[in-house]
Write a protein that binds this ligand. Structure first.
Ligand SMILES: Nc1ncnc2c1ncn2[C@@H]1O[C@H](COP(=O)(O)OP(=O)(O)OP(=O)(O)O)[C@@H](O)[C@H]1O
Length: 268
């Protein structure tokens, strides 16, 4: 079943077209990656799908209902959105920020419930925050802060999760941790749409990819169909080799040096 769909989306900033003719269907329970060069419209598309920008042309439906039909709190119980550069509320500590994820689930008068406590604890454990819980978020490294935001999104416990480059500041160990945690989310039935620059990570973890170029869909489908040399060369205006990872055979994308000065050439 399709959980989220977009039909004929067009979007401009100050009369300058940024997205044209975008239609997509995100199946329930899948991890869908959005890839593409800088400025191709990935974040803008994600913001529209998260109802963070007003859609002036086209239609977006979540669970077969127009996004515009949802109230703010109702939407926050269905959809969690992590922007590329979220603003850290002044003075907030790690545990408090993760607890924010539970706000949409609490009534105006209701108390903090056992379920709220469990969701926050599970999210902190999944993102390995035990040693950071009482630290101010503003004092953390970029990668540590990114894990705190992801824990907040996990605690929100929504059916749909939209993430804009959630691994960009992480070392490879934590990147893998986070991608595994995201993969576990989809294995437990959640649907995740994620903007990623790391094509190898995208190919390894995503069920399908959507490649954007200049605000349009250049390719869509399973990673092996999207990550091809002609498409990657064209999209990124570069020359790459695509190797296969030992084990799962996932594509590894290696850009070629333009004027390769090999050690043998240097010796002669
Ligand atoms: N608030 C804004 N006002 C005007 N133009 C904007 C705004 N936000 C983005 N743009 C422009 O829209 C285009 C698409 O930007 P967007 O951030 O969606 O691209 P992206 O694919 O996410 O890029 P990146 O990989 O660099 O994050 C760019 O040309 C950008 O300059």
């Amino acid at each position: 079943m399709t959980l989220l769909s977009g039909h004929d989306i067009e979007f401009s900033y100050h009369q300058r077209p940024v997205l044209t003719n975008i239609s997509l269907a995100v199946p329930e329970g899948e991890l869908v990656g959005i890839v593409g060069p800088n400025g191709s419209g990935k974040s803008t598309l994600l913001k529209l799908l998260a109802h963070q920008e007003p859609l002036r042309h086209g239609r977006i439906e979540l669970k077969q209902r127009p996004l515009t039909d949802y109230g703010t709190r109702e939407l926050a119980r269905e959809l969690a959105f992590l922007p590329q550069r979220p603003l850290i509320p002044a003075g907030i500590r790690v545990e408090q920020l993760v607890q924010y994820g539970r706000h949409p689930h609490q009534g105006w008068l209701s108390q903090w419930s056992e379920e709220d406590r469990q969701q926050v604890a599970a999210a902190c454990e999944a993102m390995q925050l035990e040693d950071l819980l009482h630290r101010p978020v503003s004092d953390l490294s970029g990668g540590q802060a990114q894990r705190v935001w992801l824990a907040m999104i996990l605690a929100q416990n929504t059916d749909l999760v939209l993430l804009d480059e959630p691994t960009s500041a992480l070392d490879i160990g934590h990147q893998t941790e986070v991608m595994e945690a995201i993969h576990r989310m989809t294995a437990s039935g959640k649907t995740v749409l994620i903007v990623l620059h790391d094509l190898a990570m995208a190919a390894r973890y995503c069920d399908r990819l959507l490649a954007l170029a200049d605000g349009s869909i250049a390719a869509a489908g399973p990673p092996r169909e999207v990550i091809t040399k002609p498409l990657i060369d064209r999209l990124y205006q570069t020359d790459v080799d695509i190797l296969q990872a030992p084990g799962d055979g996932a594509p590894i994308i290696v850009p070629r040096r333009q004027a390769f000065d090999s050690p043998t050439a240097r010796k002669s």
